[in-house]
Design a protein. Sequence first.
Length: 84
Amino acid sequence: MVLPEDIRETLKSVAALTEVIDSLGEDDNLFDKGLDSFGSVQLMLALEERYNIEFPDNLLNRRSFSTIRIIVETVSKLTVSAAA
């Protein structure tokens, strides 16, 4: 199970968000809070390593990494697929 707290912990590895991570709501747009394309790649790699998953090409877009809630949903689906 992927929890918002786990995603917050992973987000701490993204330099652009370190100052705002504790104040982020689950539906706050991470790109509005400072996430950029380099940071989204850092985040993707950290999530892949932490959850032993791989993001397919169709999920490599801005929306997939836009909020904590969407990241939780996306990673949850990928972990279920990986376990099947």
